[in-house]
Design a protein around this ligand. Structure first.
Ligand code: NAD
Length: 362
């Protein structure tokens, strides 16, 4: 762990200054991409992930194997394990924590509500306890979600808009996370940056997300279920390509500022920030399907049904002025170009040849 966490770049150099970063949820979709990007520019990274079975654990193992080839070791463990976290902080004086571990997805809350409390509330508190007790205290950058805007009908969503109407338990736990991190910021001097991601997609993505499961079903000749809002209005999402989100995460780490506490005591005010990381260009779900059909060269069998009211919101749309101003965040990949890259990865990862004659993993 020591070797892979040691930054290769000398401290004090531009952009990031030789960080040592603990990435939670490192074997997840966003965690893998961020860990690779940090490593690529010479920062030290240690990952932690519990490899849970919310979706295909073999995909998480494959991501971790990829990370290992780039010098990132992913410790198998749960963020609720305070002793493990204390040990990690003991071995490595992390300058930053990029906290991405969470129970994601809105619909799974119907099946397993406790998993959201376990990872997104209790796990978050355990992690923040370890951060506030660490000496030096790291700066914390963590993934909130656009879902905190809930049933807000004023678009685009800006960071100052109301977030008091969550539409799902997932959204409620992310909102709770914003309050909890804010508390650790003002009581213990932890530097905190919360990032509200907007429907992130791309290679190595999450199989539970629509663009991924649509691709799987279309290739297997199975029907896809397309939800429609009330009064036949199409749902729309501000799909954001993974490389753009990674740039936003790294810029957040670079500009996080220092925590001011040590060993659980605050020594002065520390930064607390929240940013939208979206694409500012919402696309309807039928348009998403049309783009996938184009890149897959297969027509989808569509089942269009009314949204069942189980946690989804009708639309998302980010105002990214604040992130643009303070982070230099500027998304550059549109959905067409991003899905082209995703489809290329999907066909290769699952062993498809063009025409779908071979499929080794499914
Ligand atoms: P992901 O599920 O691929 O990654 C999360 C990882 O955390 C998984 O590998 C999982 O095994 C791990 N994990 C979960 N609970 C854990 C625990 N208690 N201890 C240790 N590890 C645990 O999800 P992702 O898409 O990479 O999302 C990353 C973060 O971004 C999450 O916090 C998610 O809520 C947030 N987010 C994602 C999106 C998106 O569109 N992908 C949108 C908004 C917010």
């Amino acid at each position: 762990i020591r070797a892979s966490a040691a930054p290769r770049r000398p401290p004090g150099s531009a952009s990031g200054a030789g960080m040592s970063v603990l990435v939670t949820g490192a074997a997840g979709f966003v965690g893998t991409h961020c860990s690779l990007a940090l490593r690529k520019r010479g920062d030290g990274v240690v990952g932690v992930d519990n490899f849970n079975a919310y979706y295909d654990p073999s995909l998480k193992k494959a991501r971790a194997a990829l990370l290992a080839t780039h010098g990132v070791f992913v410790v198998e463990g749960d963020i609720n394990d305070g002793r493990l976290l204390a040990k990690l902080f003991d071995v490595v004086p992390f300058t930053h924590v990029l906290h991405l571990a969470a129970q994601a997805g809105v619909r799974y809350a119907m099946e397993n509500p406790a998993s959201y409390v376990h990872s997104n509330v209790a796990g978050l508190v355990t992690l923040l306890e370890a951060c506030k007790d660490a000496d030096p205290q790291p700066a914390v950058v963590w993934a909130s979600s656009s879902s905190v805007y809930g049933l807000n009908d004023k678009v685009p969503f800006s960071e100052r808009d109301r977030t008091d109407r969550p539409a799902s338990l997932y959204a409620a736990t992310k909102k709770a996370g914003e309050e909890i991190t804010h508390t650790y910021n003002h009581i213990y001097g932890l530097s905190v940056t919360g990032l509200r991601f907007f429907t992130v997609y791309g290679p190595w993505g999450r199989p539970d997300m629509a663009y991924f499961s649509f691709t799987r079903n279309i290739l297997q000749g199975k029907p896809i279920t397309v939800y429609r809002g009330k009064d036949h209005v199409d749902l729309a999402r501000d799909f954001t390509y993974i490389d753009d989100v990674v740039k936003g995460c790294l810029a957040s780490l670079d500009t996080a500022g220092r925590s001011t506490g040590t060993g659980g005591k605050k020594r002065g005010p520390a930064p607390y920030r929240i940013f939208n990381l979206g694409n500012t260009s919402p696309v309807t779900v039928p348009n998403l399907v049309a783009i996938l059909e184009k890149h897959l060269r297969v027509k989808a069998k569509k089942n269009v049904v009314e949204m069942p009211g189980n946690g989804d919101v009708p639309f998302t749309h980010a105002n990214i002025s604040l992130a643009r101003e303070q982070l230099g965040y500027k998304p550059t990949t549109n959905l067409d170009a991003g899905l082209k890259k995703f489809v290329k990865w999907y066909l290769s990862y699952y062993g498809y040849t063009r025409g779908g004659s071979k499929n080794l993993r499914q």
